[in-house]
Design a binder for this molecule. Sequence first.
Ligand SMILES: [Zn+2]
Length: 358
Amino acid sequence: MTDRTGPGQNAGKNDSPRPEAPPPKGGFLDRDPPANQRLRDPPILALDIGGSKFITGLVSRDGKILRSRRQGWNQTAGGKPLTAEGLLADICSAVRDMLARPGPAPAFLGVTIPGLADPSRGLWVEASFSGIRDLPLVSILEKEFGLSVKIENDVNACALAERKFGCCGGPGYEPVDDFLWITVSNGIGGAIFTGGKIYAGSAGNAGEIGHIIVEEGPNARPCGAGHRGCAEAHASGRGLAKNYLSLGGTWTIGGKEPDAKAIEALARRGDPAAMGAYELEGMYLGRVIGAAVNLLNPAKVIIGGGLSLAYDLFRASLEAALKTHVYQNANPQLRVEPSPLGYNAALLGAAALGLPAA
Ligand SMILES: [Zn+2]
């Protein structure tokens, strides 16, 4: 993945391995760590918190997922919103289960959270899908389990994972100390890794590239934060589905509302509206990435999140947009690639919180 030839050229690789699917809901994925690792290097307990599910995992210090379990929130059954009490009950129970299993005992718990985090104070500041506000997650979990605990916003954690275990410094890759990570899934988030660390910004919220405007005029859609024409409204999974409909796509696919996966399957069968939606995806992401690259001059831009798994479907239009948006002579170094970490990026990012930076 490192043999790129020019700015925006050959971004990604057609033959890059498709990431592992997440473990089955409620199921365990088990791999025993080598015996010599059990004594010297304790594994790291990792927790990836999402809006509809969470993943608990045991990760070796070189980034191998030894065990993982994906679960839905018990406490939201019946459509109830997730509360801090419900969330804590679920994650404490899952962590207790993981600690009770035979094998090496972890000394550290890394947690990634969706929404705003304040890692220095150990607070989960806010999440759009729940009423959680300023939850002192670090002190609660440290007290409960006697482990050292750190938290980080999930998008920033993905960037840390890419630096530790992925294509910005993982095995077989040159270390990259200036790169941009973009998560493209139900929303769009960004993390700026510069000078060897995450750039947090003055209020800790740098990297909100989902709110860069990519469309103006009558076609600009409103975004959840009150703007119009944001990347999140046009190039997130939901944006992709709207683009598909606007190009004449059908309102249901297999009896369900169209989503990115279903549209991907149609695009691979040559459906014109689905192919057109992915073409627009690349164009919009190219506009966002172009703006960010002109500002930050990163060595790499890594695209993660669910939509990155269909990177080959929007690579051409993304590269075309980059050609017109990036100041090429200032950015001859630029490489754009899909993350090799797939669904595991945030869990590995939680583990990376327990390792020295860079
Ligand atoms: Zn916005």
